[in-house]
Ligand binder design. Structure first.
Ligand code: UDP
Length: 330
C-alpha cells in the first residue's frame, strides 16, 4: 500500500517526501506544479495533477491502493490571499472537499494536514497553545481553518481520522542541499535576506520597527523544515496505529526579531546585509511563538535543529547550491 503526498513538489512537501522515502515508504506524489518543482520529487511515483480533478484522483487511489494521505497541496501566500480570496477558497477549500470525497469513496481514513499558525490571527497569549481562539485575519488562514473544520465533520460522519499540524515559520533546508525553499515570487524573510549575499538584491526591507518588541521588529518562531518533516512521520504513524484525530502546533518555542534573524544571517554568510526599514505589512501580528508541548507530550516529537544559526546555514547552503546548478544549466 502507498502513501499519497499531495503538494509533494513544494517546499515542506518535498522535505517530508524525502523523510518518508528514506524510511523506505512507498510514496505517490500529486502536484499541479503551479508553485512546486518537479525536480524536488525523487524516489516517488509522480502525477502532474490538480486534486480538484476528482476523476483522475479517484483512478490514482484505485491504481496505487492508497492507505493514507499527507495533504500539502494549497496556496499559501497571505498577501495574495487578501487580493484574490476566490483563488484560495477554490484551491484550498474546494480542493480539500474533492480530496476528502475521493478518500471517502475509496475508504481511505487517514489524513495528515498541513495547517498554519495563521489560523490563530492575533494571539490571546504567548506562547500560543492549541486552545488559543482561532480568529484568522486573512483568507489564507481562514481557508486553512475551514479545511480543518471540514476534516472534523468528515471524521464525525465518515470516520476519517486526521492530524492537523499548525506550522509556525518553516525555514532551512535538508542538510545535503538537494532541495530547499524556492518560491516565485519570494515573500519569506530568510530567503529574501539571503538574496543580498547572493547578489540578487541590494538590501532587505524590514516591515516596521515600531512594534512593542525588544527592538521594535516582529518576533516569529522559525522551525527547521526537517523537524516539520519528522513530525509528519510521527503523525502519520499515530494514525496508522488507530488513534483519534488531533490538532498540534509545530514550532521551536523560541522567538526571534527580524533584526536578530538578519544579524544571524550576516554571521552565517560573512556578508554585509544592508537594511531599510519601511512601513508595517498589513495583517502582521507583533509576535508569534508556539507552544509545542502537546505534540512533544503526545507523539514524543523532538526538535533536532532548533538553533537559528543552523536553520539559516542550511538555507544558505541550499541557495548557493541551487544558484550554482542553475548557472551550470544556463
Ligand atoms: N518580513 C520583513 N521583510 C520582508 C519579509 C518579511 O520584515 O521582506 C518580516 C515579516 O513582517 C514578519 C517576518 O519577517 O514579521 C516573517 O515574515 P514571513 O513572510 O517570512 O513569514 P510570516 O510570519 O508572514 O508567515
Amino acid at each position: 500500500m502507498s502513501l499519497l503526498i499531495t503538494g509533494g513538489a513544494g517546499y515542506i512537501g518535498s522535505h517530508t517526501l524525502k523523510y518518508f522515502t528514506e524510511k523506505g515508504k512507498e510514496v505517490v506524489v500529486v502536484d499541479n506544479l503551479e508553485t512546486g518543482h518537479k525536480e524536488f520529487v525523487r524516489d516517488a511515483i509522480f502525477y502532474n495533477l490538480d486534486i480538484r480533478n476528482k476523476i483522475e484522483l479517484d483512478k490514482l487511489f484505485k491504481k496505487h491502493d492508497i492507505e493514507g494521505v499527507i495533504h500539502f497541496a494549497a496556496n499559501s501566500i497571505v498577501g495574495e490571499s487578501m487580493i484574490d480570496p476566490y483563488k484560495y477558497y477554490h484551491n484550498n477549500v474546494y480542493g480539500m472537499l474533492c480530496l476528502l470525497d475521493v478518500m471517502k469513496h475509496n475508504n481511505v481514513k487517514k489524513i495528515v494536514f498541513s495547517s498554519t499558525a495563521a489560523v490563530y490571527g492575533e494571539p490571546r497569549e504567548i506562547p500560543i497553545s492549541e486552545d488559543n481562539p482561532t480568529l484568522p485575519t486573512n483568507p489564507y488562514g481562514e481557508t486553512k481553518l475551514a479545511m480543518e473544520r471540514m476534516m472534523h465533520w468528515f471524521d464525525v460522519a465518515y470516520g476519517i481520522k486526521y492530524v492537523s499540524l499548525r506550522y509556525f515559520n518553516a525555514a532551512g533546508a535538508i542538510e545535503d542541499s538537494s532541495i530547499g525553499e524556492l518560491h516565485i515570487p519570494e515573500t519569506h524573510l530568510i530567503p529574501l535576506i539571503l538574496q543580498v549575499p547572493l547578489g540578487q538584491k541590494d538590501r532587505v526591507y524590514v516591515f516596521g520597527d515600531d512594534y512593542p518588541t525588544k527592538d521594535g521588529t516582529c518576533i516569529r518562531d522559525y522551525v527547521h523544515v526537517m523537524d516539520l518533516a519528522s513530525a509528519h512521520y510521527l503523525a502519520y504513524n499515530y494514525l496508522l496505529e488507530g488513534n483519534e484525530s488531533q490538532v498540534f502546533n509545530l514550532g521551536n518555542e523560541i522567538g526571534y526579531t527580524v533584526f536578530e534573524v538578519i544579524n544571524t544571517a550576516k554571521k552565517v554568510t560573512g556578508c554585509k546585509i544592508p537594511v531599510e526599514v519601511i512601513g508595517r505589512r498589513s495583517g502582521d501580528p507583533a509576535a508569534l511563538i508556539a507552544s509545542s508541548k502537546k505534540i512533544k507530550d503526545t507523539l514524543n516529537w523532538e526538535l533536532k535543529y532548533s538553533s537559528l544559526e543552523k536553520i539559516i546555514k542550511d538555507a544558505w547552503e541550499f541557495q548557493k547550491n541551487y544558484i550554482n546548478k542553475w548557472k551550470e544549466r544556463n
